[in-house]
Design a protein around this ligand. Structure first.
Ligand code: 2AM
Length: 202
């Protein structure tokens, strides 16, 4: 049977070296989470969400891809680095809190990219993002009903000195919600056309 819809979002994926650093960090935070108040994400699924599209008809995928292709094609590559740990209230529930890693370095370019992606998809009928974009990687979300959360914002080995990475594409992703946590699959990749690392001098 043909697929009718999928839970879609646009993201920046992170390299394995960075994923491994975050995986080790989650391991340390999990040890401190003695009351199990946080649902920690699977390290293999960690990403920077640029725009959440939600349940999306599969018939729209081609036009979404073509909008993302044009958006990516006019962007240049940029560098990001892992920043400090933080927590904030989840967008989804006033009570939930998100534990995240902030991003630094060329975040102005990341913000521009998120705004470009938003504009392109709003033009296709998706709702405009009203909240300011906060560059982050989600590490975990508090369980429902948890009232007090230990501080997860301090870690002696964080941020790491070598947490820089280069971004040269964006991805259309699919999220499958499962009882033991979401699984993410990449549907398509959209390379930036002018990534400084692949440009050659004239
Ligand atoms: P987050 O990383 O900022 O938490 C895939 O589900 C991604 O889309 C999640 O990692 C989450 O981003 C974001 N997301 C999930 N549900 C959302 C919703 N209802 N509104 C906005 N963003 C959502």
């Amino acid at each position: 049977m043909q697929e009718r819809s999928f839970r879609a979002f646009v993201a920046i994926e992170i390299p394995d070296s960075i994923r491994n650093m975050i995986s080790a960090l989650i391991g340390r935070l999990r040890e401190r989470d003695v009351t199990n108040c946080v649902r920690w994400v699977r390290p293999e699924g960690i990403h920077v969400t640029l725009k959440f599209l939600g349940d999306t008809p599969a018939v729209k995928e081609r036009v979404i891809e073509s909008a993302l292709e044009s958006t990516a094609a006019i962007r240049q590559g940029f560098d990001l680095s892992l920043g400090p740990l933080g927590t904030f209230r989840s967008r989804r529930g006033a009570r939930d809190q998100v534990v995240w890693v902030g991003l630094s370095s060329e975040t102005a370019q990341l913000l521009e990219l998120a705004a470009d992606v938003d504009r392109a998809l709003v033009a296709m009928g998706f709702p405009m993002e009203t909240r300011p974009f906060t560059p982050h990687l989600t590490l975990g979300r508090t369980n429902r009903g948890v009232r007090s959360v230990p501080s997860f914002t301090e870690d002696a080995a964080w941020p790491p000195g070598d947490g820089a990475f280069h971004v040269n594409h964006l991805s259309l992703m699919e999220s499958n919600l499962r009882p033991d946590g979401a699984r993410y699959t990449r549907r398509a990749i959209f390379p930036f056309s002018r990534s400084p690392r692949i440009e050659r001098p004239l």
